[in-house]
Write a protein that binds this ligand. Structure first.
Ligand SMILES: [Zn+2]
Length: 112
């Protein structure tokens, strides 16, 4: 992972929801995040290990933009939205990832 050294600190990643978690039941719980901590903006340091490399995580089909933060060092995840909204976004991602032909196309009505 030495290749990461010295690169941009604000890298974003786009992932499939099934790369993150199993998709049965309540999804937020499976992220094992601290749901009392909601970080609307990218934190300058990881609340857990204080590293300064935080990636924004976009979940395909879940939300058009960053849905979660992930520390590059300890790999802890942090919520960008409250637990209930995050759950809604994750649930809608769940409906999308099963159809690969929909990937890469976001209907304009989803932008708002
Ligand atoms: Zn960390």
């Amino acid at each position: 992972m030495a290749i990461k050294a010295g690169i941009i600190l604000t890298e974003n990643r786009l992932v499939m929801i099934d790369d993150l978690i199993e998709t049965d039941g309540k999804l937020v719980e499976k992220l094992e995040v601290d749901t009392s901590l909601v970080l609307k903006k990218r934190p300058s340091h990881c609340p857990n290990c204080h590293a300064d490399r935080i990636s924004g995580i976009e979940v395909m089909g879940g939300y058009d933009g960053i849905l979660l933060w992930e520390c590059d060092m300890c790999e802890d995840l942090f919520l960008r939205f409250k637990e209930e909204r995050t759950e809604e976004f994750l649930q809608s991602a769940k409906g999308v990832w099963t159809n690969p032909r929909d990937w890469g196309y976001v209907p304009s009505y989803k932008f708002n």
